[in-house]
Write a protein that binds this ligand. Structure first.
Ligand SMILES: [Zn+2]
Length: 203
């Protein structure tokens, strides 16, 4: 049974920014990620979980918010493992590339269903797909930091003043920590749009 999926080839700087974005949206701050171990782990919440998870009761355990581990994205170095995975290497320096894979290890769901039922692969695929879409959001956020790295300050409409930052991530941390905002999505267009539970914030 396979629980691993090719995700993206990115450069090292992008991967570092993805890990940092995971830290900004950490499970202890109400987010779905934890990137303390050099991978990005993705956790489900009662409001945001994979298809087929209505059977799983997501509890707080030792954490600050109810969360249940679903899977991870991490770098893969094993060339044999990578043979069947198709990555786009457009515009990437081969010396500087990192291959990312998505993996699902849904312990709490396995507690209920077991790992060996006939439709297990189908359910695992749903879980990997869910992890992938959550990581897509983190990737967009990292991309915003990659493309807007010379920002020095960003206007905050909630404080009505400019906030000193190094990265867009610092401003997202400001929104989460000072204004108790939850960030749903980060979209890059002419500038950066941060989609939050209290509306769109444009940078
Ligand atoms: Zn503010």
């Amino acid at each position: 049974m396979s629980s691993k999926l090719a995700y993206k080839a990115v450069d090292r700087k992008m991967w570092a920014l993805m890990l940092q974005a995971g830290h900004v949206l950490d499970i202890e701050k109400g987010g779905l990620f934890d990137s303390r171990s050099g991978a990005v782990n993705v956790w489900a919440s009662p409001d945001d979980k994979p298809d087929g998870w209505d059977i799983v009761t997501i509890t707080r355990g030792a954490l600050s918010f109810p969360r249940s581990f679903v899977g991870s994205v991490y770098t893969e170095y094993d060339e044999n493992e990578l043979q069947d995975m198709h990555f786009s290497l457009v515009d990437l320096d081969p010396e500087n590339v990192v291959f990312l894979v998505v993996d699902a290890t849904p312990y709490d769901r396995w507690e209920i269903t077991g790992k060996n039922r006939p439709d297990e692969q189908e359910q695992l695929n749903k879980e990997m797909e869910w992890v992938k879409t959550r990581i897509d959001k983190l990737f967009e956020m990292a991309k915003a930091n990659y493309e807007f790295e010379d920002v020095e300050s960003i206007y905050c409409k909630f404080c009505d003043k400019r906030i000193k930052v190094v990265l867009v991530n610092d401003f997202i941390s400001h929104l989460i920590e000072e204004h108790n905002v939850s960030v749903e999505n980060v979209v890059i267009g002419d500038g950066v749009q941060i989609d939050t539970n209290i509306g769109l914030v444009e940078i």
